[in-house]
Ligand binder design. Structure first.
Ligand SMILES: C[S@@+](CC[C@H](N)C(=O)[O-])C[C@H]1O[C@@H](n2cnc3c(N)ncnc32)[C@H](O)[C@@H]1O
Length: 273
């Protein structure tokens, strides 16, 4: 079959599962051929000799497996991260959290931070690349994220500046730090997620408790108890009200909520007293 015929076939297979079936068929064929999409357009009448792998990719995608797990890579901020099943695919909204944290690090000359729930390493790797004097400890409770984060830390030659630690939240971090950043699991247990998320991405990265904000509240308590000045955290679109009430009761110097690009409440920055 030619490139064009392969794309038509792949598009047909993906019509039911993808919003942009032709685009997805093209990027999977391009990945298989180790070429870019432009190559496909220019060479659309060229024969493709061995299409077995491409067909397997299309089959996996037609069962809703995310593209990033199929190709083993996710584009995030200004880097490409290695990902695999068992680690959350980093989301574009987390880039907003990074920019807000970067502003605080720059303004306050912060040099020591902790990330809770490192996942692929997306947040810690981007921040370390932005700030050459920054030292980070990044925790996770699961083994696969710690392994994948280590690959990404090695890929970007940051092993002297980001230390990974298996820990529940910051239980195993006794060092003094100035800021904690986290994109924790924050989805309510009974929230209905799309198949590409719930059937493939790790539950430990998604669900934050019965209501969803339980882990975030524990993070706030832990950070306050340890006398750390700053906490920057992502949250669910419906968690501003309960978290506001919780934090007001607790007493902090300030809390600022921020929205994502779709206009949903998406996180907060707390400065403790
Ligand atoms: C939403 S993912 C975020 C991953 C990554 N930071 C990102 O933004 O793409 C949350 C991560 O927190 C980890 N996690 C869940 N519960 C945890 C806990 N109690 N302590 C530390 N990490 C935890 C999960 O394994 C997962 O890797």
């Amino acid at each position: 079959m030619t490139i064009k015929e392969n794309i038509i076939w792949g598009t047909g297979q993906l019509i039911k599962c993808c919003e942009r079936p032709q685009y997805e068929a093209e990027i999977l064929l391009a990945y298989h051929l180790k070429q870019d999409r432009t190559y496909l357009i220019v060479n659309d009448n060229k024969e493709v000799k061995n299409t077995n792998k491409y067909k397997k990719f299309i089959e996996r995608r037609s069962k809703h497996e995310p593209y990033e797990y199929i190709v083993g890579e996710a584009s995030f901020y200004d880097i490409n991260l290695v990902v695999e099943k068992g680690v959350l695919i980093p989301r574009p909204e987390t880039e907003i959290l990074i920019d807000l944290v970067a502003d605080i690090i720059a303004k306050e000359n912060i040099t020591r931070i902790v990330e809770i729930g490192v996942g692929s390493g997306a947040i810690s790797v981007v921040l370390a690349r932005k700030f050459p004097n920054l030292q980070s400890i990044a925790t996770d409770i699961c083994d696969i994220p710690l392994k994948v984060a280590q690959s990404n830390i090695n890929k970007y030659k940051l092993s002297k500046r980001i230390e990974l630690r298996k820990s529940n939240l910051i239980d195993n971090v006794s060092e003094s730090v100035e800021l904690v950043v986290s994109n924790p699991p924050y989805i309510a247990e009974d929230f209905l997620l799309e198949s590409n998320v719930v059937d493939y991405e790790p539950k430990e990265a998604l669900f934050g408790g019965r209501k969803g904000d339980e882990l975030i509240k524990q993070i706030i308590l832990d950070v306050k108890k340890r006398g750390i000045r700053w906490l920057a955290c992502e949250m669910g679109y419906d968690q501003k009200e309960p978290l506001s009430a919780f934090v007001n009761e607790l007493g902090v110097k300030s809390i600022q909520f921020y929205k994502d690009l779709a206009g949903f409440d998406r996180g907060f920055i707390i400065e403790f007293m």
